[in-house]
Design a protein around this ligand. Sequence first.
Ligand code: SF4
Length: 199
Amino acid sequence: MMNCAMCGIHACKNGLENAPKNCPSLKEEIADIKELYKSEENYTIAKISAKLSTQYGRTRMEETMDFAKQCGYKKIGLAFCSALASEAKIIDKVFTYNGFETESIICKVGGISKEIVDLEKSSNPMCNPITQAEFLNKAKTDLNVVIGLCVGHDSLFIKYSEAPVTVLAVKDRVLAHNPLGAIYMADKYYKDKLFPPKE
Ligand code: SF4
């Protein structure tokens, strides 16, 4: 069982001689997995993101553009939620102003009914992340950017996207799209919701 979340040592950052017994850093498979970084795409993504992760002071939007530029990605796919349509418009303008070509596709594309997943028909069509991914695949985007797709819809989008995916914004309907707000308050206002009393 891996339990990095509960590790207080973080020897992986400072020297493995102090690693705890169940530390995944000590597993032999890591040597084989390291080989995967030698493939061209993985090498580029890993190298550029490692370089960017040491440079501070830029917003996620700026970092996303830097990442795309340095990886040589020209065509950016924007997979956005209809609830963030105005944000998507601005994001599209920022990308194009900065020299990228964009393809953007909304979650409600196709206007398909929720009946296909055996839910009651409603005036609000079902989100359609598989089509979002398939259409961006067809458009041969170099990088796909997720903008506020719902939990689960993002999972399907990522599952079907052929291009690498990065997330610019996650949806949180209560916390202005900042889910960590609940985590920072996990021992205060959100305690009862996140750790409800057990029977
Ligand atoms: S990899 Fe090992 S040292 Fe690093 S956080 Fe996980 S258990 Fe701790």
